[in-house]
Design a protein around this ligand. Structure first.
Ligand SMILES: Cc1cc2nc3c(=O)[nH]c(=O)nc-3n(C[C@H](O)[C@H](O)[C@H](O)COP(=O)(O)O)c2cc1C
Length: 199
């Protein structure tokens, strides 16, 4: 069975929610999915003061397990148009995996969250994809066959590079139905392609 890892970091829960939707899409494709987080790096007291969502129950991923999946779908909120340092720190520990070429030919994909509409969704996704390219992964985005990419009737995330959501300046906006549908579509699409490649 095709095995997919949804690997995420989330401070306030938006990416956590998107990760669950991505995982639902993977399951729809009949693949096996694990949803795991990377470790928090912000001191606990500061995280609590900043209102971080502290009750996230997803297991912490290890670098060693990456090679056991056919696809890895990375979810990270934007930090100044780039991935969060927590996620970068995780990938910066994958030198041995890179050296041994363990991820070459596997599928890689990325989804994100920003506070504002033009706050750097595309740059966060594509700069995160760069890391996956260096690992030799086959990059998959969110195709326009997901009709929710082109609607103009509501404010929505969603890019051809990967699913996305808008959290709002104070984080109060939650992923919309359209954004969650994009996340599910991406999960299913990645799992289907990974299945074809693995066979
Ligand atoms: C240090 C820092 C930098 C950020 N940079 C941006 C940014 O460049 N553009 C933007 O729209 N939001 C920015 N944000 C907002 C986060 O992207 C937002 O809180 C996040 O997408 C919410 O996802 P989460 O609930 O999964 O953490 C930043 C937040 C922090 C703490």
């Amino acid at each position: 069975m095709t095995k997919v890892l949804v690997l995420y970091y989330s401070s306030y829960g938006h990416i956590e929610k998107m990760a669950q939707a991505v995982a639902d899409g993977v399951r729809e494709a009949g693949a096996e999915v694990a949803v795991k987080r990377v470790p928090e790096l912000v001191p606990q007291q500061l995280a609590e003061q900043s209102g971080y969502k502290m009750d996230q129950t997803a297991e912490i991923a290890t670098v060693g397990e990456l090679e056991t999946y056919d696809a890895i779908i990375v979810g990270t909120p934007t930090r100044y148009g780039n991935m969060a340092s927590q996620m970068k720190n995780f990938w910066d520990q994958t030198g041995g995996v890179w050296f041994a070429g363990k991820l070459i030919g596997k599928v890689g994909s990325v989804f994100t969250s920003t506070a504002s509409q033009h706050g750097g969704q595309e740059t966060t996704i594509t700069s995160t994809q760069t890391v996956l390219f260096h690992h030799g992964m086959v990059i998959v985005g969110l195709p326009y066959s997901f009709a929710g990419l082109v609607g103009l009737d509501e404010v929505s995330g969603g890019t051809p590079y990967g699913a996305s959501t808008l959290a709002g300046g104070d984080g109060s906006r939650q992923p919309s139905e359209n954004e969650l549908a994009g996340a599910r579509f991406q999960g299913k699409h990645v799992a289907q392609i990974a299945g074809k490649l693995a066979s």
